[in-house]
Design a protein around this ligand. Sequence first.
Ligand code: ADP
Length: 403
Amino acid sequence: MGATSQVLIFNTGSSSLKFAVVDPSTGLDIVSGIGESLGSDEPALEWECRGVEQARKLASGSGHREVIELLVSDVLSELPDLRQRLVAVGHRVVHGGEHFANSVIIDQEVITTIDQCSALAPLHNPAALAGIRAAQAAFPELPQVAVFDTAFHQTLPEHAFLYALPFSLYRDHRIRRYGMHGTSHRFVSERAAMLLGKPLEETNTITAHLGNGASITAVKGGASVDTSMGMTPLEGLVMGTRCGDIDPGLLLHLVETLGVTAAELNRLLNRESGLLGISGLSNDCRELEQAVVDGHRGALLALEIFSYRLAKYIAAYRVPLRRVHALVFTGGIGENSSWIRARTMHWLGALSYELDSERNDKMRFGAEGAISREGTPTVLVIPTNEEWVIARDAAALVQGENR
Ligand code: ADP
């Protein structure tokens, strides 16, 4: 494989399609962009190519296929030699169930299995399949690779992935905890081992991916041994608009006493809770931090509950890891919010964590490094790069096939 090989990456949501062309050896992208509001009256495409930003309105009702067609006809054609350098298309797929512990080259059987997993991710997997089909049509010469959010967590032991429900629900319906954000947890745990100068197999990390969605993982010697998201991305930490852990009895109460329907519950738990629900103001951490400065009590409460719950998970993950070499913050909030990091570490004072405030304040906008005081448990900020993982996996699989 040549040094200038590139991988085209698709991250397909139900009404969006993000793309990037990434060099698997450096993680740098030449082009990146997003098609948004797909299927609506006003879909739009924005992209950046070598630092120049461009935007285009799409015809009403345009979907994933139209975005990919425009990508070929307008975006990639600006870089005439690029198409020859593409070696694979890498797709982010949210749910691989128990079928995929690693990334795979997509064939008909893989497509059928991703389709079967749609029951576990009804919004995400059908969108990924739409992206895969459109990419196959537009790039028939290129191998397509699927990289699963759930794959990294397939190493979870039974005692961590089973719910305390009748075992038949797992046996007959595969109801269990799967975990998400695996690509990000894998990337930052590997990067942490490099920064610590230790072999990955001997490194234990707790990785906190804090974005609009948020999850935390205990990584032992490079393998995920526990994680906070469950069968769906609703379990675990407080998120932008999702509630995270709650008493399941509360759901029964809402249904039986208040007559809340399944659709209303879905909206309540996924879209109206979390930082937004508590603050009554916003799901956006930046806005909430500003509101705290302006004296907004709801914003303060939301950020405080977020940090407190996160700290409790961090403390709990000492159980599977025993020795922790580093706690890692990543994702939009983890990489940028010195406030959330400081409050979380305040709660972790009981476990001897101590913050270096000066370092913490400087750590944002892509900076990487430690925010803990010398001689106290190591805490790192590491910008995640899921696209790089997808590019690396895709390039490695294709290389293996061509050998
Ligand atoms: P997604 O899960 O959608 O990929 P991101 O990883 O981009 O989300 O994270 C989005 C979150 O990161 C938002 O809550 C946003 O407010 C927060 N964030 C981004 N930059 C900053 C910043 N400078 N300070 C505090 N929070 C930030």
